[in-house]
Structure formats: structure tokens, C-alpha cells
Write a protein that binds this ligand. Structure first.
Ligand SMILES: *Cc1c(COP(=O)(O)O)cnc(C)c1O
Length: 373
């Protein structure tokens, strides 16, 4: 075989090249204006992102983990409170809860979607449960209407971890507006990525929005320059990041459309022995990641073939939360679905400009288990 052209896991250069001209202008404007933290660019992005998520408030913060932690702090969640986190998530979700002094309780996930569902949440709810972290993992929205059947009667809040799901919708409603508040990450590799770290909270609760804004800015009262009314911290969005994000927000739907087209091509060409996660009719996924399960072959055999063929891949996540040291003793449900998924899941190349020739080649490599025995 001739040495094939590499297919990257994520082509961040292609993503950036599309908006390069506008990004260059942003850099110049920011330096000209010297509004480096906060300022007009941040106000403008916050307004645009609130509109995009069909919420009334957006607060730009330093990163996605802070966004989650600030939501919890804004709700006064702390010691003695339990917060339910799916075991199958990026560790940041659990970290944010623990950083608030609250207790992480780990729930299993649905085998079809790898997300929380009403059953897995119900299995770990207790009288101390105050919130559930609905993680829209891989770009698929959690069915919060299903969750609400168990959380609402118990007065438990749904907080969205929307770090992987900018632009996704559930029955026509955008992620970011599906719970009491949502935390977004603008880490460069996310569907909406900054030129460094960044994050945001969206909510339509004005009191919660105000509290989060105060806490994120050293507890400084909104109407005062010198009065610090809450124990705060520093978690703010840079002007440069906000301006870059607004440029990229204009292209987000188009970029997500490209990801959906790539997912469709994969779906059509997936060889036997590999199962995609279920894509339901009433949700629009934004495919932050394209996950398949290796049902027959050992995953390491498959990744060996991908390496040989110069195809990028990832694992999200091979070590579930409860097997990380800081959460080793967290109360948990039976996590057998998460355990099985952790060994089977494989993330294939996924980015907006990934063409069908590439997805076809990836699927050929997946299906090429030409060694007998
Ligand atoms: C990326 C991510 C975060 C954290 O975002 P940062 O901006 O890296 O702090 C939280 N939750 C999930 C599911 C993520 O993918």
C-alpha cells in the first residue's frame, strides 16, 4: 500500500483558516481599543450568545470548568449538598462540583446514548440531592424532559454542562436554555472555540445571573466600584477571546452542519462490528465527537490499524470518573454501562470540513480486519 495522506483527528488549522481574515482584524481592533478584559467586545458577544441560546443572560468567564463551578456557587450549592454527575464525562464536570465543597454522586448512563437518563438519575437520588449535571456529551443533548420526570417532583435543579454541545437542540429548544443554567467551554477544540481558554454561563434567571457576575468578578457589587458583597474570585473573559468568539459564532451553524454531514457519511459506511451511538429523531446533535463502539475486535487492535493508516483517533473517555483518584470514594450507582463503554468507545476524526472521501477511508480502515485467526 502507498503511504496514505494523514487524516487528522481534528483539523484546527482548517477551522481557523476559514475565519483567518476576520480574526486578524479582531486582534488589531482589540489592541487599538486596549479593552483587554471585559468591555464592548465582551458585552457584544454575551448579548449575541444569549440570543443564540434563547436565554436572557450570558456571562463570559475564564473557562468551562469555572462556568460550571460559578453556577453551583451562584445557587449556593456547597457542603452537605449532593450533585449527580454522570460517570461517563470529562473529569471537569465532577471537579466543578467538588470545588464547591459539594458531594459528587456518580450515575451510570444510557447504553444507547452514553448520557444520563431518568432511570440512571433516579438510582442515585437522595434527600440531599440538589442538582444534576446534565452533560450533553459528544454534542448530543440530554433529554432533560425525561430527567425532569424524576427531578422536578423532588425539587432538584438541572444544570447543563454544554461544553461539547454549542448549537445542539432538543425538540427545537437550544442547549443552554434547557436547565436552570448552562456552562459552556470555548476551549479551542470545542465546536465554538476561542484562541485560548474561555467559557460562559447562560441562564434566564436574572438573580442567578447577577450573583454569578458578582462572584466571577471578585464579589464586587454590580453597582459599585469598591464594595465587595460576596466572597468572589477572578474568572473573566478576555476582550480578544470575546471578539474572536463572535466572529466564529456567525459560522457556528454552518460548521455544525458540516459535522452532521460527516456523521451521516460515517453512518452510511460503518463496517460490521462497529456501532454508532443512537441519534434520536427529536434532537439535533452537533457531533463534537463521533463515537463508535468496537463490538467485536479489541479496541487496541483497531487503533493500531488506524495508526498504521495515518488516521487520527481519540478516546473519550477510557477512564471514567470513579476510577480517577479524587473520585475513587465518591458514592456511585452500579456503573456497568459506563464500564463497558469505557472499554469499547473510540472517537473517529471529526471536524466541519471532513469530507466523505475521508470518512469512507476511515471506515475502510476500520473494516480491514484482514488478519485471519
Ligand atoms: C471541555 C469540557 C469541560 C471543561 O471546559 P474547560 O474550558 O476546559 O474548563 C467541561 N465539561 C466537558 C464535558 C468538557 O468537554
Amino acid at each position: 500500500m502507498s503511504s496514505p495522506t494523514p487524516i487528522p483527528f481534528l483539523d484546527l488549522k482548517a477551522v481557523t483558516a476559514e475565519v483567518r481574515h476576520d480574526l486578524d482584524a479582531v486582534w488589531k481592533t482589540t489592541v487599538d481599543n486596549c479593552a483587554f478584559i471585559g468591555g464592548a467586545a465582551v458585552d457584544s458577544f454575551e448579548e449575541a450568545f444569549a440570543r443564540y441560546t434563547a436565554t436572557t443572560h450570558c456571562i463570559g468567564v475564564a473557562n468551562g470548568t469555572d462556568a460550571l463551578e460559578l453556577i453551583l456557587a451562584g445557587m449556593d450549592v456547597g457542603p452537605g449538598d449532593e450533585v449527580i454527575v454522570p460517570a461517563n464525562t470529562f473529569v471537569a464536570t465532577a471537579e466543578a462540583v467538588a470545588r464547591c465543597g459539594a458531594t459528587v454522586v456518580l450515575a451510570d448512563v444510557d447504553p444507547e446514548t452514553a448520557l444520563l437518563n431518568a432511570e440512571t438519575v433516579r438510582a442515585v437520588m437522595s434527600p440531599r440531592t440538589v442538582a444534576v449535571m446534565a452533560v450533553h456529551l459528544y454534542g448530543q443533548p440530554v433529554d432533560v424532559d425525561d430527567l425532569a420526570t424524576v427531578t422536578e417532583p423532588a425539587g432538584v435543579a438541572i444544570i447543563e454542562d454544554a461544553a461539547q454541545a454549542h448549537g445542539a437542540t432538543l425538540r427545537g429548544r437550544p442547549v443552554g436554555s434547557l436547565g436552570i443554567a448552562a456552562g459552556f467551554s470555548f476551549y479551542p477544540g470545542k465546536n465554538l472555540g476561542a484562541l485560548g481558554d474561555g467559557g460562559a454561563v447562560t441562564t434566564s434567571d436574572p438573580q442567578l445571573a447577577d450573583r454569578i457576575r458578582v462572584i466571577a468578578n471578585h464579589g464586587r457589587a454590580l453597582d459599585s466600584r469598591y464594595d465587595h458583597v460576596l466572597l468572589g474570585r477572578n474568572s473573566r473573559l478576555d476582550g480578544l477571546q470575546a471578539a474572536a468568539l463572535e466572529v466564529k459564532l456567525h459560522r457556528l451553524d454552518e460548521a455544525n452542519e458540516g459535522r452532521r454531514a460527516a456523521a451521516k457519511s460515517y453512518q452510511a459506511a460503518l463496517p460490521e462490528g462497529f456501532t454508532a451511538l443512537t441519534s434520536r429523531d427529536d434532537v439535533t446533535s452537533v457531533y463534537h465527537l463521533y463515537i463508535v463502539r468496537c463490538m467485536v475486535e479489541d479496541r487496541s487492535t483497531v487503533t493500531g490499524r488506524l495508526d498504521e493508516a495515518n488516521v487520527g483517533w481519540g478516546l473519550h473517555y477510557p477512564i471514567p470518573c470513579h476510577r480517577h483518584e479524587p473520585f475513587a470514594t465518591s458514592r456511585r450507582a452500579d456503573l456497568s454501562v459506563t464500564e463497558v463503554l469505557a472499554d469499547q468507545i473510540l472517537s473517529l476524526p471529526m471536524f466541519p470540513s471532513l469530507d466523505s472521501e475521508s470518512t469512507g477511508r476511515v471506515c475502510e480502515v476500520l473494516g480491514a480486519d484482514n488478519q485471519p485467526t
